[in-house]
Ligand binder design. Sequence first.
Ligand code: GRF
Length: 216
Amino acid sequence: MHRIKIGVLVSGRGSNLQAIIDNIEKSLLPAKIAVVISDQPDAYSLERARKHNIPAVHISAKGYKGKRGEYDALLAAELQKNRVELVCLAGFMRVITPTLIKAFPNRILNIHPALLPAFPGLHVQKAALDHGVKFSGCTVHFVDEGMDTGPIIIQAVVPILDNDTEDSLSERILRQEHKIYSRAIHLYAEGRLKIEGRRVLVIDGKINAAEFLLNP
Ligand code: GRF
């Protein structure tokens, strides 16, 4: 079976990256990480990649203030050099510009720690607690030109408990992130995701994405 080549963009600790690596190594995900790229030189993600013999590259954004498109052209060039077919943002703390989106149309995924369209942006676990919602969760979506606005592939729901703190909620959401990101990549790799307007349909499957989460 063809193993889809993915490029993972990171900025930090990389627990989602690790979950993807682990699922690939356990043969649960027919993919190969062609390159991991960080905008931060000391991101632990880079170390995680190197430990698994995955090419790990730091591309500094210094000198690109106000020139985000030019920076994204560097990212696109590195991804293309490594023949990446699917780009996965995993805790990449920069807003992507049309330069990168046009280089990989409908081929960029992101994971967000809330049930979009609620709580886009940053510090969203705190925002969910402050707002008093009873459920939050996480979302894997295609990246478009907005902030956390692209078509939704999979979501997982996490209940909010009365004694939750930002940390405890983040931790429980993260456990679900680690499951659904690989699942979304798997569906993409199998060519089973069909974008119809804002909706992403799972085609030719025994189960659809929502059923998967009810019966994981
Ligand atoms: C995750 O919560 C993800 O949803 C968000 O950034 C965080 C990255 O965590 N986009 P990690 O670096 O994968 O551990």
